[in-house]
Design a protein around this ligand. Structure first.
Ligand code: PHE
Length: 457
């Protein structure tokens, strides 16, 4: 067992694991998605719901995934298989989710790289920000070249292995990201007129809440914590038996949430201060913010800081996605890390090409009404990810059993499990029911039922 786990690699230290797992969690989800979702869903009320979701289900599912990974010392598919042959499918869903997400995540990573290049060479004129973004993402070759560079960066880190690549990279990028983010927050909240944005972000107005706000908050909590795609199972599998899982499962969501809140404070006050709308959606970071930077003193400097920090966040998340797929292939097919990494990075890069083209030349190519980019995101995040998380709850709650999970979480009774009762209640009853509803909503069943009964979701 041990020689096998050493061959697979292990974290050099628990802090290395925490930074890598936090690196996986902190990503485009926090800095790009969270502020625009909060902006589009009424600000503070969304934030409160999001925090609730993190506390109610995020912690429990993260802990469950860590326990499965560390118990078996195997990545997602191997882990389920070892505990119960019939449940390998739950891991397979996770690997597919990782694969799909990385294919479009890397395209967005490429956009970020392009923006850094643009800022280093002069920045973006505010009035042209919309046109610039539109023409860049819809062009044919440039976004693919940047997507290639982003994927190559991930590949180099993952090639170096768990402690030599992922852990080292996270140890540098995560603290750097934090410092850069603090710098941008200070700038943003001290702008004239920033108070309006701070209020919008922090003061909940529950009259704005609908069922879709709740669903959006739940989906975002999963995505942001990297749950339901085997990432935490895989990272947990490189963790030594002596580490305290409960503590880790409290710290990582805390870091992730802290960064999301800081990102909200970096983006929304600046948006308000310059009189832009917070409801711009996905383009908030790529169009609205460049206009904000253009309008503020030292905007080019803050533009560089901001997009570099997003790059760090995106890279540490993307390497975890690549690692999910790579470790699956290493564990199951016993292929060398080098071959597995280069081969899979190439395949994911190729699948990313139609994702990139979907914003331009291939925009008419639709699957179920979605362009290829949106289809990959819908399939991974809305259909498969909740299924993987739901399967995990049922697996721990009723198949592998909570007692076995608790045995692993406490390292065989070595640690006190403070939230044990809460964990059991959530993993067996509350989380599966909630996730089942997100899933029904996402695949369109709930909206259809609501329509029949004339209910406004
Ligand atoms: N959590 C990452 C983010 O917020 C995305 C991600 C999802 C990373 C799943 C790894 C696994 O951007």
């Amino acid at each position: 067992m041990n020689s096998q786990s050493n061959q697979r690699g292990q974290w050099a230290s628990n802090i290395g694991f925490i930074l890598a797992a936090a690196g996986s969690a902190v990503g485009l989800g926090n800095i790009w998605k969270f502020p625009y979702l909060a902006g589009a869903n009424g600000g503070g009320a969304f934030v409160v719901l999001y925090l609730l979701m993190i506390v109610v289900i995020g912690f429990v599912i993260m802990l469950g995934e860590m326990a499965i990974g560390r118990k078996t010392q195997l990545s997602a598919v191997g882990a389920y298989k070892k505990l119960n042959e019939k449940w390998a499918f739950a891991g397979i869903i996770g690997v597919i989710v990782g694969f799909c997400i990385l294919s479009f995540y890397s395209v967005i990573g490429g956009w970020v790289l392009n923006y850094i290049g643009k800022y280093v060479t002069g920045g973006i004129v505010g009035s042209e920000a919309g046109a610039y973004f539109g023409s860049f993402i819809s062009s044919t070759t440039a976004p693919i070249v940047w997507h290639f560079i982003f994927m190559a960066m991930c590949c180099i880190i993952v090639l170096k292995g768990v402690s030599g690549g992922i852990e080292k990279a996270s140890k540098v990028m995560m603290p750097a990201l934090f410092i850069l983010l603090i710098g941008v927050v200070i700038r943003s909240v001290t702008l004239d007129g920033a108070m309006e944005g701070i209020k919008f972000f922090l003061k909940p107005d529950f009259s704005k809440v609908t069922i879709s706000t709740v669903m959006a908050a739940m989906g975002q909590a999963f995505f942001s914590l990297s749950l339901g795609m085997g990432a935490i199972i895989t990272y947990g599998s490189y963790l030594g038996k002596e580490e305290n899982l409960e503590k880790n499962a409290l710290i990582i969501p805390a870091i992730d949430t802290g960064v999301a809140m800081l990102a909200g404070l970096a983006v929304l006050p600046a948006v308000f201060a310059f009189g832009f709308e917070p409801t711009a959606g996905p383009s908030l970071m790529f169009i609205t913010l460049p206009s904000v930077f253009d309008a503020m003193p030292f905007g080019q400097f803050f533009g560089i800081l901001f997009f570099v920090l997003i790059l760090f966040a995106a890279l540490t998340s993307a390497i975890s996605l690549l690692e999910v797929v790579v470790s699956f292939v290493i564990d199951i097919f016993k292929i060398e890390r080098k071959k597995a990494t280069i081969g899979l990075a190439t395949i994911i890069f190729l699948v990313g090409i139609p994702c990139s083209l979907a914003n331009g030349p291939m925009s008419d190519f639709l699957i179920m009404g979605y362009n290829f980019f949106d289809f990959m995101s819908f399939l991974a995040e809305n259909v498969l990810m909740p299924l993987a998380a739901l399967s995990m709850c049922i697996f721990i709650g009723y198949v592998w059993g909570v007692d076995n999970a608790i045995e692993e979480i406490t390292s065989g009774g070595r640690y006190k499990f403070v939230f044990k009762k809460f964990f059991i209640l959530m993993i067996r009853y509350v989380a599966p029911v909630l996730i089942f509803f997100i899933w029904l909503n996402a695949i369109g069943v709930l909206p259809a039922i609501a329509k029949v009964f004339g209910i406004q979701l």
